[in-house]
Design a protein around this ligand. Structure first.
Ligand code: SAM
Length: 259
């Protein structure tokens, strides 16, 4: 009977893959991959039937079509009764639609399916930038969704915007959005943050020999900054935490009552 496990080899080649991820890859009958080409070559050394899904991406092609095609390929093998593994870079469930959809679809059709966690860009970001998400709180959004919908976010906490290079792309088919689209993001952020607020462009290494990128730019210069598909935007808190005096008073009262 077919099965599906979605795994994530982490961000940095040869450094992050868990023992369970490796074992699932080695024991699979078919492995589908959507990772950096070098990561895919490495995974190929672990299993004789590794099939890259990367060719399904194309400039000017709606990514929703690409995701559907990936799902169709994965499900076809599961339905054939194979032990299928999908390896998606980083953590397979973090800002990645196909693994979630494929697992849901496989379960819906009665197959066993689950996800194994991996090391995501988020995990690397905390380590490389020395950020503890618990210190002030940390909010993560997909950049275009953050633009397309009214979001209530908190400027006393970190704001992390993923896929910032695709900011405001209504076509869902660009590799990089235009300066104009990014300026609309900047203007949106300027409603909350000062123009000189420093934001960071973060890129963790794919190869152990690559350097981490942490470039600080003032918010009002962000539209001109060099962004890549892998860039994540980090907006530090701009305001101090303000005490919730009403809740504190309630708690003090309760504390007195309870002794
Ligand atoms: N599943 C991936 C993970 O676990 O990190 C995320 C995939 S998501 C489709 C792509 C986005 O992840 C990028 O636009 C960027 O925000 C972030 N990302 C991917 N590679 C990165 C890297 N090397 N450094 C920093 N952020 C990265």
């Amino acid at each position: 009977k077919g099965s599906l496990v979605c795994v994530g080899p982490g961000m940095t080649l040869g450094a992050h893959m868990s023992v369970r991820c490796r074992s699932h890859i080695e024991n699979a009958e078919v492995v589908f991959t959507s990772c950096h080409p070098l990561m895919e070559s490495w995974i190929e050394t672990m299993n004789p039937d590794v099939r890259s899904l990367q060719h399904l991406y194309a400039e000017h092609k709606d990514r929703r079509i690409t995701y559907r095609e990936m799902l169709v390929r994965i499900m076809a093998e599961v339905r054939q009764g194979k032990r299928v593994v999908g390896a998606f870079y980083g953590h397979p469930g973090v800002f990645a639609q196909v693994p979630h959809h494929a697992i849901a679809k496989a379960r819906e059709e009665g197959f066993s399916a689950h996800m194994e966690p991996g090391i995501s860009a988020e995990d690397c970001l905390y380590a490389d930038m020395g950020i503890d998400p618990g210190a002030f709180g940390c909010q993560h959004f997909e950049t275009s969704q953050f633009m397309f919908y009214h979001r209530r976010f908190d400027p006393t906490a970190y704001l992390i915007l993923w896929q910032v290079a695709l900011a405001g792309d209504l076509t869902i088919s660009k590799r990089i959005s235009s300066r104009g689209e990014r300026q609309i993001l900047v203007d949106l952020l300027l409603q909350t943050y000062p123009a000189d607020h420093l934001v960071a462009l973060y890129e963790c290494p794919t190869l152990i020999t690559d350097k981490v990128r942490i470039d600080w730019v003032p918010l009002n210069k962000l539209a001109d900054a060099q962004l890549q598909p892998i860039t994540t935007l980090v907006v530090p808190p701009a305001q101090k935490l303000s005490k919730n005096t009403a809740i504190l008073a309630q708690l003090e009262q309760l504390h007195k009552l309870e002794g």
